[in-house]
Design a protein around this ligand. Structure first.
Ligand code: HEM
Length: 427
């Protein structure tokens, strides 16, 4: 086997599953199926690339607890290099000084709590726009997949460039302060391009940011921040429509909260979200069953290490099968059932990557830095979709007939668009 796999010397004893053409269509679907047949640690050759697939919480725990550094590389991928301006993107850049510094800049300047908070009004206004376009549908089905993707693109475009995606630039950016729903004032904030250009001129920065680096960071925000958030909204709506009792409970929670406000036509705002524990549990459960990045972002070992007695050489490509881990009956009771209640009185924060039973945002040094950027928009949008509309499947489709197939891609989307009929509700 060692000869056949042409591996560097090492005590490889893992089951060899086959070459790419024998394995069939990749990525996650076949890897998931293979994991259920071949166990929690599996070795493949993707072309000539030695590849490890980790599909159990126990092994993932050992990796992130004891060998995080060894597993914190990213493979050099041609497509990622082209998309990420020659290795300037954070997500696809190999482990090293550039990655450390650019990630630090992103955490401190782009994704800090203060910066994310400063764009609260953009998120609210874009959710409002979404609700308006849905209300215009006049009782015909709306394509929620398309609408949520436009929403996330508009939000990210406005935050990054100060202008909407494919639409007129917003009034928000034309006025320093604008009245919002007659009850709150917004502050004009620097968009991210300006933040990054300011840092470029700052001689105190540890790396000299060039234009390629700035484009790489912006690419990260688009690639990582638009698709993933809209996929989360769609999987959540899909599970709710398939589980009417959960839909009813989540909707009731949102509407009761808004009725307490005793104002007409109000929206759920970000400050209300902490009072929606059931909705938050619904989103968590959707992220468990449908993690938008089911194999995380590919990793590569940067030094040799030993996992469960198997020698893993440096330069091995690694897929952490987060989807298989989150569906493992050893970690979750009735893992295939959509049960938001399992999170209701559970204080564990599953988004920080410290509880390996569920890893929607990855873990360790390369874990997702965008959780706090994504979640307010996801929760705000869903809360308002449930507040303003009752949702039904188009005529003739029963809730057990809804297509739940996953498309193949970096982000796991629903294969066919989610089309639902909105019925406006006036509280
Ligand atoms: C629901 C939304 C999101 C999900 C499910 C998600 C998930 C992930 C996952 C699984 C990874 C790989 C982690 C690993 O290898 O351990 C990742 C990496 C990353 N994410 Fe997210 N993400 C989301 C939103 C965002 C947003 C909004 C941003 C930025 C605005 C973002 C920026 C990044 C970056 C820069 C990385 C690469 C980190 C590194 O390699 O150091 N993500 N994300």
């Amino acid at each position: 086997d060692l000869k056949r796999n042409n591996l560097p010397p090492g005590p490889w004893r893992l089951p060899f599953i086959g070459n790419l053409h024998q394995v069939g269509e990749l990525p996650h679907r076949s890897l998931q199926q293979l994991s259920s047949i071949h166990g929690p640690l599996m070795f493949l050759k993707l072309g000539s690339v030695p590849t490890l697939v980790v599909s159990s919480a126990e092994i993932a725990k050992e990796i992130f607890k004891n060998h995080d550094l060894a597993f914190s590389g990213r493979p050099k991928l041609y497509a990622a290099n082209r998309l990420g301006y020659n290795g300037s993107s954070i997500a696809f850049t190999p482990y090293g000084e550039y990655w450390k510094e650019i990630r630090k800049i992103m955490m401190l300047e782009v994704l800090s709590a203060k910066r994310v908070q400063s764009f609260q009004a953009v998120r609210l206004e874009e959710v409002q726009n979404l609700l308006h376009s849905i209300a215009l549908s006049g009782g015909t089905p709306v394509n929620l997949s398309q609408l949520t993707l436009s929403l996330t693109n508009n939000v990210v475009c406005r935050i990054a460039f100060g202008t909407r995606f494919g639409g007129p630039s917003s009034k928000f950016y034309e006025h320093a302060t604008v009245n919002n729903n007659d009850h709150s004032k917004r502050q004009h904030d620097e968009d991210l391009v300006h933040v990054l250009l300011r840092l470029q001129k700052d001689s105190n920065q540890t790396i000299a940011l060039n234009d390629q680096h700035i484009k790489g960071v912006l690419t990260d925000i688009f690639i990582a921040g638009t698709d993933t958030a809209s996929a989360t909204m769609i999987w959540t709506m899909l599970e709710l429509i398939k589980n009417p009792d959960k839909m009813e409970r989540a909707t009731r929670e949102v509407r009761e909260l808004v009725l307490l406000k005793k104002e007409k036509n109000v929206m759920v705002e970000e400050s209300d979200l902490s009072m929606l524990p059931y909705l938050k549990s619904v989103v968590k459960e959707a992220l468990r069953i449908h993690p938008p990045a089911p194999l995380l972002v590919p990793r590569e070992t940067i030094q040799p290490c030993t996992i469960k007695g198997y020698g893993i050489p440096a330069g091995t490509r690694v897929f952490i099968n987060a989807k298989a881990i989150a569906m493992d009956p050893a970690c979750w009771e009735n893992p295939n059932e959509f049960t938001p209640e399992r999170f209701l009185h559970n204080p564990i924060d599953y988004f920080k990557g410290q509880h390996i039973e569920m890893l929607p945002f990855g873990a360790g040094r390369r874990g997702c830095p965008g959780v706090n950027f994504a979640m307010p928009l996801v929760e705000l949008s869903l809360a308002n979709l449930l507040l303003r509309f009752d949702w039904k499947l188009p005529n003739g489709i029963g809730r057990n007939e809804v297509d739940i197939q996953e498309a193949i891609g970096l982000t796991m989307h629903k294969k066919s668009p989610l089309c639902l009929i909105p019925f406006p509700i006036y509280l």
